[in-house]
Write a protein that binds this ligand. Structure first.
Ligand code: CP3
Length: 335
């Protein structure tokens, strides 16, 4: 069994395990090289051989304990019929949401469209050591909805008028999304992935009164599906501050990734019965080496006697020096 599963499932706190969100990405020159020859990001995600190669790049370089399949949370809206484009320096752009078309989707066609992702998982699993996890992932329903309905104004604001004005039943859309997300989870596990991470990157923007309906309940439904299927799961409800405690009590995931706003000692005290993962601000890797290691020490010390997976409070930034990543891994392993 992989160290990640031992920590998540058996709560074995004698185990060490380290991986990073966006460990395969633009900070790696070997990724940039492949990316420069593949301008269309969705097509790159649908190229099983290249996706597998990219997934393994950080494993080769740093011997990390887990690989995370190179894909994107927006592959699901793509498979549900929306065009997805990545505009340079602007982020993702989706074509207009068509409600009839959305409810007309069927599971067979959906799975077929994502088949290259499953193929990439199969190929990757074959060349990955047995003691390493292959992590697959999905976007949480709310976070996908933000992109699908295009309701984000900028980095910190949402256009809720857009959400309320549309004569659409948000809960009905979320429930339909949950069904397809569970299919995608299942297909990825069948292909050879052994852990699922659920990214709710925009959970922090949900108004207080809606947090249960838009975040806690959808995540619970997916985690319950994972539990029924015995799939180890990690949730990442980014930006919800002290609501992490309610989230953990209601959703009860195997693991929970904390963001860089969460104090590690607070988390240790409040987030019981789960394995904590991550926390370190990816910006610390851009500071002096001393500052980076001091930052890391805070998390390592806080979680030294409970199950903990070393990771970050968000993805590695494109401007990160790969040598810094190497230093950080060595420091954690030798601590
Ligand atoms: O973590 C990994 O290494 C696995 C691969 C992975 C990607 N995206 C590849 C990617 C994962 C787990 C994701 C998840 C994802 N995608 C999230 C949730 C995590 C988070 O960041 O909050 C979100 C919100 C997305 C949507 C998305 N995809 C955005 C906003 C962007 C553009 C911004 C950016 O960083 O470029 C992407 C593109 C993307 N997905 C890249 C990568 C490596 C960069 C693509 C490029 O080379 O231009």
């Amino acid at each position: 069994m992989s160290t990640l599963r031992k920590i998540l499932v058996d709560k074995d706190n004698s185990c060490k395990s380290v991986w990073f969100m966006r460990q395969a990405g633009r900070y790696l020159p070997e990724f940039v090289e492949i990316r420069s020859e593949n301008q269309n990001f969705i097509d790159l995600c649908l190229n099983s051989e290249l996706s597998s190669k990219i997934t393994l790049q950080p494993i080769k370089r740093f011997n990390l304990d887990s690989a995370i399949i190179f894909s994107d949370i927006l592959m699901v809206p793509y498979a549900l019929g929306q065009d997805v484009k990545f505009v340079k320096d602007q982020g993702p752009e989706l074509s207009g949401f068509n409600i009839e078309k959305f409810f007309d989707n069927n599971e067979k066609e959906f799975s077929q469209k994502l088949n290259p992702v499953y193929k990439a998982i199969e190929i990757t699993r074959k060349s990955l050591d047995r003691d390493k996890s292959l992590i697959a992932f999905i976007g949480a329903p709310w976070t996908l909805l933000v992109y699908m309905l295009n309701i984000k104004k900028n980095k910190t604001e949402m256009d809720f008028n857009k959400l309320n004005k549309k004569d659409i039943d948000i809960n009905k859309i979320l429930n339909k999304l949950i069904k397809f997300l569970c299919v995608h989870v299942n297909n990825q596990i069948s292909a050879g992935a052994d852990v699922i991470q659920i990214f709710d990157s925009w959970a922090g923007m949900i108004p207080h009164n809606n947090i249960k309906d838009y975040c806690f309940i959808p995540n619970t439904k997916i985690v319950n599906f994972c539990k029924r299927e015995k799939i180890p799961n990690i949730c990442f409800p980014k930006g919800i501050k002290e609501k992490y405690e309610d989230f953990n009590e209601m959703v009860k995931p195997n693991g929970i990734n904390i963001d860089y706003d969460i104090d590690p000692l607070w988390a240790k005290n409040k987030l019981r019965g789960t394995t904590i993962q991550g926390g370190l601000d990816p910006k610390k890797l851009l500071k002096t080496e001393e500052e980076m290691l001091e930052g890391a020490t805070k998390y390592i010390k806080a979680f030294k006697d409970i199950p903990y997976v070393f990771n970050l409070g968000h993805g590695l930034l494109p401007e990160t020096d790969p040598d810094r990543v190497k230093k950080l891994i060595e420091f954690y392993r030798n601590y």
